[in-house]
Design a protein around this ligand. Structure first.
Ligand code: SF4
Length: 718
């Protein structure tokens, strides 16, 4: 069908007419509510209190989700909501990385609130259409699209039966359908998922933008926690935002000149320093592959090892010739870091699109590490093809990689076999089998949906149905709170273990990434130092999610004199830029301390949200042992010298003449003990009880002694 024929199939279910006013210092002061069960739309006001306590982005998402769900709402209940909110700074084009959206929902894999930070133009376009957030509740009977038309100031719910569900086709179809002409395509952004999101719990969302130079629609992913699965469960095929165009000051900021000055300085740093620092413009985050391998931090074979002899086959030097250079690769206007690399004219070898030439987004580090070495796959073509299919089918590359790696280790240990996998030989390194898994996820058949249920569900199934040892599965299954680990080996960094397992949503590195400070640079040696880092950095990083900002321009390039500052890990000059930009947008007067308190309010709110749902306690911050140390004999022996030295020097245990089993046991007891001491130190620093519960005094101090929060924590404080 051509575009006209596709559109003719649409049935208008509801049209909502609204009247937008100018954005005032970064805020519209209202949000959009859509209910798909009732086919209704309405506006909700944003109060000053909501801005003061929740700021925007993830903060607004959490507030709206708390108000509209029950403590026992499940991911596939009608009252679960998906909230997309860009934050007050989002939409600025004069400073790099200001186009992000935060998406929250109740997750199918964790049963907690998941939040995901994503680029693409949708968030700014939602804001320029007149709304600080979009909240979608209810379920449609048939596939629908929601069209937010910021030009005509209407929101339409349309039944849309004929378009593709897979993202690479759908985003092209809808961009062409809603743009008036070629030039107008840049004013359309689409949120979509894919067919595999319907049959798994690890579905993700793609957020699009039109790449004028390449003349094609590009996408960035809100990957974690199964938001795409919720999206398709609601029978949403896509959400479209269409605006008249981007102008320099649509946010009506208080002081544009100040933002421009900071933006220019940052742009100069990128120009002068990026090539000798992270080379983000040339290879994006892929440069991390060789760095992680060098430091024994690259996940190999389900996080067993940290390096591999074949890494040079897939590192950024190997990828460099695949990436197009000197193209505008920013996922929002004005981003000088411009790190969204692509592999173009990539010919697919498998699946329904076999033989077609497509554009692969990335691969970025997390995708490459998860789909590659963690599954023992050191073949760039297989990694790119897996990456493409994850994106178009709406699957989170991180969870797919970690879940597949777990299934592979179980296969190699004889816990599952070919009879169980339907003939798939899930040995490490079998790229063909990994590709078949993902096609099965899209078709909803075979072993694919089992892996697509995530690590936690596989652990339960393999123990109950196939007689596996639950203790062993718990040790090697790299999930915490039900979310699969992202792609760093944390065994030698106690702070990173906390950075992963103490997160509110589950082990995702966007909250705290402390490996280099802790393990490589040895900057945080004591428990108190680590606790301070595990207070500051998660709060600082939360701030990006409140504002609609990308984290990468903060420290993936650093000012030339950064190392000479008092606290180089914080990149003080860039922190000052952010404080300045916030004040220049909103007219506020925060300093770097209030910045942290803004985050703390929302962070504690999220912790208590978890508590309200029956989680959020110390027991939920436990980690699988593989995140802390070697589980198996082969793992110990791969680093025997290091572990023997630690036993002798740090624990006072002489390894001479001892069996590996005995050494594993002593090391484990030690490492589990120090992790518990870390929890004690961090909870104390965060103003929480030893059980991990925020105290009433701390909530009062933060100005977050809201009645609903006090009522939730009280029973746990007796
Ligand atoms: S640094 Fe990269 S991911 Fe972040 S906004 Fe810029 S282009 Fe997007």
């Amino acid at each position: 069908m051509n575009i006209e024929e596709l559109k003719n199939q649409h049935t208008l279910l509801h049209e909502f007419v609204y009247s937008a006013t100018e954005i005032d210092r970064g805020y519209n002061n209202r949000t959009l509510y859509v209910n798909l069960s009732e086919n209704s739309c309405s506006e909700k006001p944003v109060s000053q209190e909501m801005k003061d306590k929740f700021v925007g982005g993830k903060g607004f998402g959490l507030r709206l989700l708390w108000d509209d769900t029950r403590p026992d709402t499940r991911w596939n209940d009608e009252d679960n909501a998906i909230v997309i909110s860009p934050g007050p700074i989002a939409g600025i084009t004069q400073y790099s990385g200001c186009g992000k959206s935060l998406v929250v929902t109740i997750s199918p894999t964790t049963d907690l609130v998941i939040d995901s930070n994503v680029g693409g133009y949708f968030g700014p376009f939602l804001k320029f259409s007149g709304f600080d957030a979009l909240e979608i509740q209810g379920k449609a009977e048939k596939d629908v699209i929601i069209v937010i038309d910021g030009i005509r100031q209407t929101v339409r719910i349309e039944e849309a039966p004929a378009e593709s569900v897979d993202s690479h086709l759908l985003v092209e179809q809808l961009t062409e359908m809603y743009a008036e002409n070629e030039a107008d395509k840049a004013n359309v952004s689409v949120v979509s998922s894919g067919t595999a999101a319907e049959h798994t719990l690890i579905g993700m969302l793609n957020f699009s933008w039109y790449d004028r130079k390449r003349k094609e629609v590009r996408v960035k992913q809100a990957g974690r926690g199964g938001i795409g699965t919720v999206f398709r469960d609601k029978r949403i095929k896509a959400v479209v935002a269409h605006i008249a165009g981007v102008k320099p000051n649509l946010n009506h900021v208080v002081d544009l000149a100040v933002i421009q000055e900071r933006g220019r300085k940052f742009a100069q740093e990128m120009k002068e320093l990026d090539h000798e620092q992270a080379r983000m413009r040339e290879v994006g985050t892929a440069h991390l592959i060789e760095i992680m391998d060098d430091y024994d931090l690259l996940p190999v074979h389900n996080f067993k090892y940290g390096k591999h002899v074949d890494t040079p086959k897939i590192d950024s030097k190997a990828m460099f010739p695949y990436f197009t250079q000197n193209m505008p690769d920013g996922c929002w206007l004005g981003c000088q870091m411009s790190c969204c690399k692509t592999v173009e004219n990539f010919e697919l070898k498998t699946g329904p699109y076999k033989g077609e030439k497509v554009t692969v987004e990335g691969p970025e580090y997390e995708s490459a590490a998860g789909l590659g070495p963690n599954c023992g796959i050191f073949d760039l073509h297989a990694i790119c093809e897996l990456n493409f299919y994850c994106d178009t089918y709406g699957i989170d590359t991180i969870s797919f990689g970690t879940a597949t790696a777990f299934a592979m280790e179980c296969f190699e240990n004889g816990i599952i076999n070919q009879e169980i996998t339907g003939g798939l030989k899930l040995n490490f390194g079998n790229g063909e089998a990994a590709l078949e898994l993902i096609h099965q996820m899209a078709r909803g058949e075979g072993f694919g949906p089992v892996v697509g249920g995530g690590v936690r569900k596989m652990k339960q199934l393999f123990a109950s149905e196939y007689g596996a040892d639950p203790g062993f599965l718990q040790d090697i299954g790299m999930e915490n709170k039900g979310l699969e680990y992202s792609q760093y080996v944390s065994k030698e960094s106690l702070a990173q273990q906390g950075g992963y397992a103490m997160t509110n949503k589950g082990p995702q590195h966007d909250e705290a990434w402390l490996i280099f400070m802790d393990m490589v640079n040895k900057q945080i040696p004591t428990f108190e130092d680590k606790a301070e880092a595990l207070h500051y950095f998660p709060m600082f990083r939360t701030w990006f999610g409140l504002m609609g900002l990308c984290k990468l321009p903060w420290n993936d390039v650093e000012p030339a004199d950064n190392a000479e500052t008092d606290e180089p890990a914080k990149v003080p000059e860039h922190v000052d830029n952010y404080v300045t930009v916030f004040n220049a947008v909103t007219g506020g007067s925060i300093d770097k301390h209030e910045m942290i308190r803004q985050s703390e309010r929302v962070y504690n709110f999220q912790r208590i949200f978890n508590l309200r749902r029956g989680y959020g306690k110390r027991e939920h911050d436990a980690q699988p042992y593989r995140a802390a140390g070697p589980v198996t004999t082969e793992e110990y022996e791969s680093r025997a010298e290091r572990y023997d030295t630690q036993l002798r020097d740090e624990i006072g245990f002489d390894p001479q003449g001892k069996s590996v089993e005995e050494k594993l046991s002593v090391l484990r007891k030690h490492r589990e003990g120090v992790y518990e001491r870390l929890l004690d130190a961090v909870y104390k620093r965060r103003g929480w009880t030893p059980g991990g519960i925020p105290t009433i005094e701390h909530l009062k101090d933060l100005g977050m002694d809201l009645p609903e929060l006090i009522e939730t924590v009280k029973p746990y404080l007796k």
